[in-house]
Design a protein around this ligand. Structure first.
Ligand code: CU
Length: 163
């Protein structure tokens, strides 16, 4: 429980505080936890595509680096989005098709990349505040083998198709 609180506190600091906090935020990875906490999760390139044509469905992604312990990304949520599913792309009958998965395992020392055309977040019931240029928080939930999942809040940049 203590680890969970520490993670949330640091993730919130990353989202809301200017420079000078304990969280290292650069153009590169943002480290969300102290190295004494296992696993250590770092992220970058968190984004959501602005829905097109007045639809309320879209996709998003993030790049996650895991160290110190293996983990599994099991869920994502956002106050601005009704539901977020974890999707992967697979070749079915010669066609690239996406399907929902239970989660993405990430070994320590490995990277998980959710992006357009690959593994991604599928987002439904997307709020009207998800517009280009805005930043929307996504909470990522990791199974670490402990009783409680580890949650971190990642600020995602809303991007417009073609920009
Ligand atoms: Cu999808």
């Amino acid at each position: 429980m203590r680890l969970l609180i520490a993670a949330i506190a640091l993730a919130t600091a990353a989202a809301c505080s200017p420079a000078g906090t304990e969280v290292a935020e650069t153009n590169d990875l943002t480290i969300t936890q102290d190295a004494s906490i296992n696993p250590v999760i770092a992220y970058k390139d968190a984004f959501i595509m602005e829905p097109i044509g007045g639809r309320d469905m879209t996709m998003g992604g993030v790049t996650i680096d895991v160290s110190a312990a293996d983990t599994k990304l099991v869920a994502a949520s956002s106050p601005s989005i009704g539901a977020i599913e974890l999707h992967t792309m697979a070749m079915i009958d010669g066609k690239m098709t996406m399907r929902q998965v239970e989660g993405f395992e990430v070994k320590s020392g490995e990277q998980l990349e959710l992006k357009r055309g690959g593994n991604h977040f599928m987002m439904f019931d997307v709020g009207t505040d998800v517009v280009g240029g805005e930043t929307v928080d996504i909470t990522l939930e990791f199974d670490t083998g402990a009783e409680e999942t580890l949650k971190i809040v990642v600020p995602a940049e809303v991007r417009v198709v073609g920009e």
